[in-house]
Structures are given as structure tokens and as C-alpha cells.
Design a protein around this ligand. Structure first.
Ligand SMILES: Cc1ncc(COP(=O)(O)O)c(C=O)c1O
Length: 372
């Protein structure tokens, strides 16, 4: 068998992530690799931290990209803040809240679940009720933008309620960062993680995180060692911290970080508010276009993610057949439903560089041809 260099097809990535990568990001990633302790690289790391603070709207000193996908960011926040024997409230309204529960339990803690139907936001009242029932809970975690359903929860209010009951709040912002208003300092979020492959127009593999001082103090004063060596923030800071002398922790993914730096520069050039607005304006137009095709949205108005439309698969239509034709005939990738929503919804992403008039038109016209 002759194996040739891999040349990927040019797809329009309109699934739940990854989204299309900006050409400037791809170009940045092709630049020569230098050492991970080279003074020039340390300068780039400092700039990435500064640009991430802008993206997260925070002044948190401990803000950096974890080397690994969003799940590693999720695990980093949880393994550092959860200790064995603790009680943690995990809000679940889709697949990713379920993943948080799994990690909390693997940390030796008890997860108390606040459920919401898939496709709906987490109810602040239900969270408050569970906090009243469990005064010994110390931590609340929830997903801001649930990518498995397309529902947006009210992060500001959920964090306020957690704090009212003396809990810290961990927020999953994998799909929300850059795509929907998110203000870490103003909303007093204690720990947050995201992913590079959604609204940041970057390839997958990096997970920006940020911890406020309250969270850092708690991590410094843990009773037990963090169960993961790689994700222990107390150790990672030797490399990503602010000391002038950095030491080896792990070999950073150098070229991926060139890409993230460029993606964050693009976000700064556009302006974070403008990026939120672009996602919203395009989403409104796209949803109107889907409705014209007779398609029905899965999430109700007001709780919908602007960066991810979820649409009910019409009666009698073969979900996989439509997605297959979109991919093979039109080079457009859209996402299937996950878990209980498999075969029932399509997830159509308009994230980051993908969120443009050109891509929306291409998708709507392809769907029209296929559904006709
Ligand atoms: C809300 C949310 N959290 C966590 C993750 C996990 O991220 P990753 O697949 O990069 O590990 C995803 C991935 O899609 C996600 O959408």
C-alpha cells in the first residue's frame, strides 16, 4: 500500500466544533518551532495570557491555556477544586454536565445533581432549592453554553446564587467564549475553562482556563494532593506563572500556541463586543432562513445559543442521509444529535470564522435543495 501525504478536503465546518480555522491562524502555526523555554517563546506566552484576559474579560493573574482539549480544561478546574469527601452541585442539562459529574465522582466527592430537561437552561430556582437542601455543599459547576442541545444558561445569576450560599462556581465556557457575552470579573466567576476550536477560530487541542484569587487560595491550601500530576495548578505555575524564571513542567505545544496567539489577536482586532454581536446578528438571520425552509428550532427563543442552532429533524426525514449529502455534495459538515437526541436534532454551528453570511447562505441553499 502506498501511503501519500494527507490532503484534507476543504469543508465548511458548521457542526458543534471544530469550526473553520482562520487562515491567519493556520499560517501562524506553520512558522518555525522554537524551544519552549526560549526567551522569545516566554514573551509569546505572556502575550497569550494578556490576550486571554481580554477574551475572558478578567484581570485574573492565573489565566493561561492548558495543553489539551476542553475536557482537560474541565478536568483541570475540577481536580484542583474538588477534594475527596466534598459535596459538589453539578447542573446537568446535556452531555457535558454529565461529564462533569463523572469527574467529580472520580475525585472522590459526591455529586448532587440539578437537572434540567435537555434543550432548556438550568433553572436558578432549582439550583437555589438544592443549595438550601445541602448547606454543606462548597462548589457549584455548570455549563454556560450546552453544545449537545444548544441551550444557554444564565451564568451571571447562577454564580450569584452559588456565592449567596458560600459556594465557589466553576463555569464551562467551551462553546461560549467569544460567541456570547461572558464577563468573568463582573460576574465573579471563580474558575472557568474553554476550548480553542469553537468561537476562537483555532484548531482543537488547547483549553484556556482562568482562576480568581479565591480559587487560587483554596487550591494552595488543599488537604490532599491534586490527584493528577499533569493538571496540578500548583505545579503548572512553574511554567505558566508570572515568575521571571520559568522552569520545565511539560513540553508545551509550541506551534498550537502560535495559532492561539494569532486567533486571540484576531479577536482583539475585531473587538469582543463586536464578535458577540456578529454571532447574534448572523444567528438571527440564519434562524429566520431555517424557518422559511419549514424547519423548527429545538430551543425556545431567549435560551438559544447564537453560535449553535439546534433544529428538529422533520418527520419522515432521514437524519444521516441529509448530513451525508451535505458533506459529500456540498462539503458542509453539520452535527448530529447526541445521546437521547440522536436522530432527533441537527446541530448547526455558526462559530468564530465560520459565522459568516457566505456560509449561512451556502448551508441554507444546500438544505433547501436536499429537503425539496
Ligand atoms: C460545552 C462543552 N464542554 C466540554 C467539551 C469538551 O471539549 P473537548 O472535546 O475539546 O475535549 C465540549 C466539546 O465539544 C463542549 O462543547
Amino acid at each position: 500500500m502506498t501511503i501519500l501525504p494527507f490532503t484534507p478536503p476543504k469543508r465548511i465546518l458548521m457542526g458543534p466544533g471544530p469550526s473553520n480555522v482562520h487562515p491567519r491562524v493556520l499560517e501562524a502555526m506553520a512558522r518555525p518551532t522554537i524551544g519552549h523555554l526560549d526567551p522569545q517563546f516566554i514573551k509569546l506566552m505572556d502575550e497569550i495570557k494578556e490576550l486571554l484576559r481580554y477574551a475572558f474579560q478578567t484581570k485574573n493573574e492565573l489565566t493561561f491555556p492548558v495543553s489539551g482539549p476542553g475536557s482537560v480544561g474541565m478536568e483541570t478546574c475540577l481536580v484542583n477544586l474538588v477534594e475527596p469527601g466534598m459535596k459538589v452541585i453539578v447542573c446537568i442539562n446535556g452531555v457535558f454536565g454529565g461529564r462533569m459529574k463523572e469527574i467529580v465522582e472520580r475525585c472522590g466527592a459526591t455529586a448532587i445533581i440539578v437537572n434540567a430537561p435537555w434543550g432548556e437552561a438550568i433553572s436558578p430556582d432549582k439550583l437555589e432549592e438544592e443549595l438550601k437542601n445541602n448547606p454543606d455543599v462548597k462548589l457549584v459547576s455548570f455549563v454556560h453554553a450546552e453544545t449537545s442541545t444548544g441551550a444557554l444558561s444564565d451564568a451571571k445569576t447562577l454564580v450569584e446564587i452559588a456565592h449567596k450560599h458560600n459556594c465557589l462556581a466553576i463555569v464551562d465556557a467551551v462553546t461560549s467564549l467569544g460567541g456570547v457575552p461572558l464577563k468573568v470579573d463582573e460576574w465573579n466567576i471563580d474558575a472557568i475553562y474553554s476550548g480553542s476550536q469553537k468561537c476562537l477560530s483555532c484548531p482543537p487541542g488547547l483549553s484556556p482556563v482562568s482562576f480568581n484569587e479565591r480559587a487560587v487560595e483554596i487550591i494552595k491550601n488543599r488537604k490532599h494532593k491534586v490527584q493528577s500530576w499533569f493538571m496540578d495548578i500548583n505545579l503548572v505555575v512553574s511554567y505558566w506563572g508570572s515568575a521571571s524564571k520559568r522552569s520545565y513542567h511539560h513540553t508545551a505545544p509550541i506551534n498550537a500556541l502560535y495559532g492561539l496567539h494569532e486567533a486571540l489577536l484576531l479577536l482583539q482586532e475585531e473587538g469582543i463586543e463586536k464578535s458577540w454581536q456578529r454571532h447574534k446578528t448572523n444567528s438571527d438571520k440564519f434562524i429566520a432562513g431555517l424557518k422559511e425552509l419549514g424547519l423548527e428550532t429545538f430551543v425556545k427563543e431567549g435560551q438559544r445559543l447564537p453560535e449553535l442552532a439546534t433544529v428538529k429533524v422533520p418527520e419522515g426525514v432521514d437524519d444521516a442521509h441529509v448530513r451525508g449529502r451535505l458533506l459529500n455534495e456540498f462539503n458542509i459538515e453539520i452535527g448530529a444529535g447526541l445521546g437521547v437526541l440522536a436522530g432527533k436534532i441537527w446541530r448547526i454551528g455558526l462559530m468564530g470564522y465560520t459565522s459568516s453570511e457566505k456560509n449561512m447562505d451556502a448551508c441554507l441553499s444546500a438544505l433547501k435543495q436536499i429537503l425539496n
